[in-house]
Design a protein around this ligand. Sequence first.
Ligand code: FAD
Length: 473
Amino acid sequence: MVDTPAPVLVLLRDDYRVADNPALHAACATGQPILCAYVQDAALQNTSATRIAGWAQAACAQLASSLQAHGVTLFMLCGPTRLSVPALAQAVNATDVFWNRRYDAPGIAADTDVHASLKKQGMTVHSCTGRLLFEPWAIRTQAGQPYRVFTAWWRAAQNLPEPPPPLPAPDMRGKGYVPAAPLTLPQGVHLGRVGTQMPPLPPGWTSGEKAAHANLHQFMENALPHYATQRDRADVAHGTSQLSPYIRVGQISVRQIWHAIRHAQQRNPQLTTDAEKFLAELGWRDFAWMQMFTTPDLATRNLRPEFNHMPWRTHAADMAAWQQGQTGFPLVDAGMRQLARTGWMHNRVRMVVASFLTKHLLTDWQKGERWFYAQLIDADAAVNAMNWQWGAGTGIDAAPWFRIFNPVGQSEKYDPTGQYIRTWVPELAALDNKTIHTPWKSTQRLAYPAPIVDLKLGRQRALDCWKNLPKHQ
Ligand code: FAD
């Protein structure tokens, strides 16, 4: 009788792709059978009430289909990570365990414990780099401290070697491992197969590695040549890449994007300004994760402590109007309705609605952060928290509090044709390009709310409260 060689275990978490997946690639390179598992750990994935949970489930189902096409089954391992992973590895007699590193504090803590248990069991752990362009500890000031300013951090990042080129999809033929008999696992731990049936998705989105790459190529063809000048224009459909949901679940890697953009730039040097601007945006994502790595409570603490004394308002009706896109300010409402319908919002509009909530409505940014996290299909713990702190002026390298966006001025500047508002606030569609930004000036009867706040008074209230913070007394 020929002995089946011992398998290696590959853990998949928010890296639901076959190509440029360093953990999967390295596992396949061992030549041993591979057991691929997604770990469902309720304690680490407390996202059941969020849209991102559905989007991630779809990505997992897509990956299960892709792996199946290569003859590999994607298993779902349910149970606490610390218990379930060592138990599964032991039960199948795995020699090695592979994963792509994660950078959130609970994930790091769980992986550190699992690593120690596996080592005790005599197994080798391979923790690979697959999520970021640069490791969060790779770029430090001369004094060895984390950078606090993006431009300085980005300059330092550009002095490092470029991120390594993406890996091809590995050859998985004949490598899929399926346990021959039901496994004996501890109580509370179950192993099943990930289903390939897709959950319903918000309109306009297609899940999958293929869809992610199609988006990237369309973006490079059509929008990259104008990215630096048009990325802020809400009325330009597809003026940005709309890759964030795919990046969030790892259906495309930032290294793949980085090198595709670099190749385009090499082929056409005229793209340089736009390409550099776009790569810097990807850099902001890394910068957010560097912040989350060094400040794990980024989503729950004002990084500028004087804001602990801000007399935030709690006003249920204002909050509901903001959430439902019924504030009476067309750009704000268009953004919030785009979010509600599609799970995504244009970046410029995210900045405007965040400023409006925190400043004109004087609402704690953490409430906005949580609402966004529940609604976005690109909801990213670090990126969302950093951007909310940026907008509210409570973070490092943030916009100062006194920079208060005027939602009307922003609307006129970034939706000059009114096309964005017409798409998401159809009750204003008949207004001309000027009045559409200030419908309260229209003589027409409109089924649209009056503004919930006087912009001048709201702005003054925000400035007064800020001036009275302890630091300014
Ligand atoms: P593009 O302009 O095509 O940019 C390419 C990629 O660069 C994006 O996919 C994203 O990965 C990265 N990027 C772009 N802008 C930023 C930024 N400001 N900060 C960090 N990375 C950036 N983005 C998320 O992915 N998840 C979030 O939860 C999230 N929450 C946000 C909350 C607020 C209040 C604000 C103002 C911004 C938030 N962003 C978030 C950042 C940004 O709005 C989105 O990344 C962007 O709109 C996604 O669209 P895109 O892929 O077309 O971007």
